[in-house]
Ligand binder design. Structure first.
Ligand SMILES: Nc1ncnc2c1ncn2[C@@H]1O[C@H](COP(=O)(O)OP(=O)(O)O)[C@@H](O)[C@H]1O
Ligand SMILES: [Mg+2]
Length: 266
């Protein structure tokens, strides 16, 4: 972590109709950090990261990405604001929980579509980058396949390569392994480990505790629209500060074999 702020959200509020989903959320992510977001279903995790790239726009608060700040409620001229929104979206790439490749495009076409149409990169340059990224996620030999012929884990790795192809400031991943069988999830986790090792800034919603323990710099625990605590993983999994996090972790682990790592605090 080098102290540069990659993404900062302050006082985010978001409601859908009567439902208040985010109630004053602050979160700062530094360049090179991996922040894992955990919390019960419906606590606002997905909404938070969708607000981070303005796929959902908050009702109040501010979103700063790479020094560019957008505040809500909206003020200012439509034009410069739209440019700012576009800029923030391009710098924050999302990987969704449910696989979302274009089915009618090959793997390589999926990866280079954004760079060509949004970033306006010359095609040969985009192809070269796409091939490099596919090799990086271990799918160099699948470039001409269609998504339907890949496993779920392979498709999710293509989605990660596609996000990286935008050369974002930060990559936001929403439960990237939860729709996958464990073995296929494991290859996606391995890809995320290697990205973290390369210094990629990541915000990951995941319930994969061993992954979070190993890779996260911080765990942010959400409940009912708030971040209740932000801790280093050794602290969060060893001795969470809030009763809510303790009961959440208890529920998360009670079905499994005892996890020897869980009691350690180191
Ligand atoms: N587009 C939407 N319209 C209406 N309600 C929504 C929408 N998106 C999310 N919600 C509601 O917001 C709450 C939080 O959702 P979400 O951010 O998806 O939580 P999580 O990812 O933690 O499960 C849920 O009650 C959900 O039903
Ligand atoms: Mg969610």
């Amino acid at each position: 972590m080098n102290g540069n702020v990659a993404i900062d959200v302050r006082g985010l509020h978001k409601s859908f109709g009567e439902t208040e989903v985010l109630r004053s959320v602050d979160l700062t992510v530094y360049s090179g950090e991996v922040v894992v977001i955990m919390g019960p279903s419906g606590s606002g995790k997905t909404t938070l990261i969708r607000c981070m790239n303005l796929l959902d726009e908050p009702d109040a608060g501010s979103v700063t990405v790479h020094g560019r700040t957008l505040s809500y409620p909206a003020r200012g001229s439509g034009r410069s604001r739209r440019r700012l929104i576009r800029d923030i979206r391009v710098r924050t790439a999302m990987v969704f929980q449910h696989l979302n490749l274009f089915p009618h495009m090959t793997v390589l076409q999926n990866v280079i579509e954004g760079p060509i149409s949004v970033r306006r990169l010359p095609r040969p340059y985009a192809v070269e980058m796409g091939e490099r990224l596919l090799a990086h996620v271990g799918l160099g030999d699948k470039r001409d396949e269609y998504p339907a012929r890949l496993s779920g884990g392979q498709r999710q790795r293509v989605a990660i390569a596609r996000a990286l192809a935008m050369e974002p400031e930060v990559i936001l991943l929403d439960e990237p392994t939860s729709a996958l069988d464990p073995e296929l999830g494991a290859e996606v986790l391995q890809t995320m480990r290697s990205l973290a090792a390369c210094g990629m800034t990541m915000v990951v919603i995941t319930h994969e505790i061993p992954f979070a323990r190993e890779v996260a710099d911080r765990v942010a625990f959400m409940d009912a629209g708030y971040i209740l605590e932000e801790q280093r993983p050794s602290v969060f999994f060893g001795a969470p500060a809030t009763a809510r996090a303790r009961s959440f972790l208890h529920l998360m682990t009670e079905d499994d074999d005892p996890r020897p790592g869980l009691e350690q605090t180191g």
